[in-house]
Structure formats: structure tokens, C-alpha cells
Design a binder for this molecule. Structure first.
Ligand SMILES: [Fe+2]
Ligand SMILES: [Fe+2]
Length: 250
């Protein structure tokens, strides 16, 4: 990695660490990466989860899992805003949007997809290349919507004339990003995996982990999981059971 890029990533890390700070410490690290060799042959400390190695594509897909949880917060917030705007604490929405900014946009999109995945897929044969331009447009649109959500959620309450526009923006973002991530998971990432081959894939997996540590100062994924759990709890969304669908009509 060249010096300029390292400096850029070091700059981002200040923001990343700030947003994920409460969850960044005391989390287990993954094995197999270039930056945590000191832990390589040690078992987990008492009370720590067993660390597992993940491939580059698995890493990208589980990052989508974090972002899907933020999308659930957006969807539930949109529904509640219309029912009773006062029932949505703006700071929970702000935390979800900040996590999407730092973990989704600055790290997953800008540092991984736009640098490593999309350029390789664009040059590769097959149907995936045709998606890249639209995916890039959607990254930009997503950042515009995140700016909008952050601008409204900084205040103590959402202004009444902004409730419906905010609900609409959240829903349109959820609709776009659900499909965006599904196309990446099922078409773009498999095409990238095929294009780079197994040896480069392994090297890039280590590179991704290095970038993650530079941006977050620790295991960004584990920190983001904890951060999402806190946000879900603050909105009463942490019980998976509540999302079980009712039985269909008989
Ligand atoms: Fe993307
Ligand atoms: Fe993605």
C-alpha cells in the first residue's frame, strides 16, 4: 500500500473509531490476517469467542448483513414516523445513519468495492460488468440520503413538516439498498471471485483486514455488530422473535 493511501486511511480512522468507539475495544480479533499475527497461535482468552478466519467475499457479504440491520432500523423508523413521529428518538436514527456512513459508505463502498471490486468486475467478461455504473450511481445517491437523514436527526425532534419527506427518503433508501446488496451478493461478488482467482483472493482478504484495522483501529465488523445491537435495543427492535410472520389465512 502506498504512503498516500495509508495517510488517507489513517485520516478516515479518526472518524471510524469515533463512531464505533463504544464497541471497538475488548473485542476478539480474527485469525489469519496480516495485522494480528501476534495472536495467531493463541486460543481465545477466557470469555472471548473463538475467532474465525473469513474469506474476502464472506467479509463483504457479512458487511451487507450489518447494513441490512441498519436498513431494518430505517424501515421501522419510517413506519413509526407516520404513526407517531415522537416515538422515533432522533439520536437512534442519527446513530444508524452514522454507522451507515462510516462502516457502509466510507469503508465497505469507498475503500473496498470502489477500489478493488468494481474495477476488476468492469474488466471481466460476463453480465456483472453491466451493473457497475448503476451500483456507483446508487452509492452516490445513498450518500445524499445519508446526509439528509443526518441533517434532520441532529435536532431533538424531527420538524413536523419533515416527517413525511424523511419517511419517504428512508423507504426509498431501503428499497434501493436491499436490491443493490442482493445484486452484489449474487452477481457481482461471485464474478469478482472468479476474476481474481484463489491466490489473489486470499491476498486480498488479508488486505481487506489490514484496511479494516487501519480505519477502525480494531475489528470493525465486531464493533459494528455491537453498535447495531445498541441501536436496535434503543428502538425496541432487538428481539428477533417479534419479526416472525403471522400464520397465513386458513
Ligand atoms: Fe455497493
Ligand atoms: Fe456492497
Amino acid at each position: 500500500m502506498d504512503k498516500t493511501r495509508r495517510q488517507l486511511l489513517a485520516g478516515i480512522s479518526v472518524v471510524g473509531a469515533g463512531v464505533l468507539v463504544n464497541a471497538c475495544r475488548n473485542t476478539p480479533t480474527r485469525t489469519g490476517g496480516a495485522t494480528n499475527n501476534e495472536n495467531k497461535n493463541e486460543g481465545p482468552a477466557p470469555g472471548e469467542a473463538e475467532a474465525v478466519e473469513v474469506t474476502a467475499t464472506e467479509d463483504l457479504m457479512r458487511e451487507h448483513g450489518i447494513l441490512r440491520r441498519a436498513l431494518l432500523v430505517y424501515q421501522e423508523s419510517a413506519t413509526r414516523l407516520r404513526q407517531d413521529a415522537a416515538s422515533v428518538p432522533p439520536d437512534a436514527l442519527e446513530k444508524a445513519a452514522n454507522l451507515f456512513r462510516v462502516f457502509g459508505e466510507d469503508y465497505h463502498e469507498k475503500s473496498l468495492e470502489e477500489v478493488f471490486i468494481f474495477p476488476a468486475v468492469k474488466k471481466a467478461p460476463g453480465a456483472a460488468a453491466a451493473y457497475v455504473d448503476t451500483l456507483l450511481v446508487q452509492h452516490v445517491r445513498g450518500r445524499e440520503i445519508t446526509d439528509y437523514v443526518l441533517s434532520l436527526s441532529k435536532a431533538d425532534r424531527i420538524p413536523s413538516n419533515s416527517v413525511e419527506p424523511l419517511a419517504k427518503a428512508l423507504e426509498s433508501f431501503v428499497r434501493m439498498y436491499d436490491h443493490h446488496a442482493a445484486i452484489e451478493d449474487t452477481v457481482v461478488f461471485p464474478a469478482w471471485k472468479a476474476a481474481v482467482g484463489p491466490n489473489e483472493l486470499e491476498a486480498l482478504g488479508e488486505k481487506f483486514e489490514e484496511i479494516e484495522h487501519e480505519q477502525f483501529g480494531s475489528d470493525g465488523f465486531e464493533a459494528a455488530v455491537k453498535r447495531m445491537e445498541e441501536i436496535e435495543q434503543s428502538l425496541g427492535l432487538s428481539n428477533l422473535d417479534m419479526f416472525t410472520a403471522p400464520p397465513p389465512p386458513k
